[in-house]
Design a protein around this ligand. Structure first.
Ligand SMILES: [Zn+2]
Ligand SMILES: [Zn+2]
Length: 55
């Protein structure tokens, strides 16, 4: 896999290679992707599956 691979942050929609992923606490099915800047700023996210919001 190349280093250009990344994931789209659910908060800002930007493609990022520095991200964290975790299961949605609401539905435990959707994987939430957040880039580093959104994580540090605690930007709000919304699960695309169950619409749970989180900090
Ligand atoms: Zn982001
Ligand atoms: Zn969810």
């Amino acid at each position: 896999m190349s280093e250009t691979m990344g994931k789209v942050c659910v908060s800002c929609g930007r493609l990022s290679s520095e991200y964290v992923s975790f299961k949605c606490p609401g539905c435990l099915k959707e994987t939430i992707i957040r880039d580093r800047s959104c994580r540090e700023k605690h930007t709000r996210y919304v699960c695309p599956n169950c619409h749970t919001e989180g900090p």
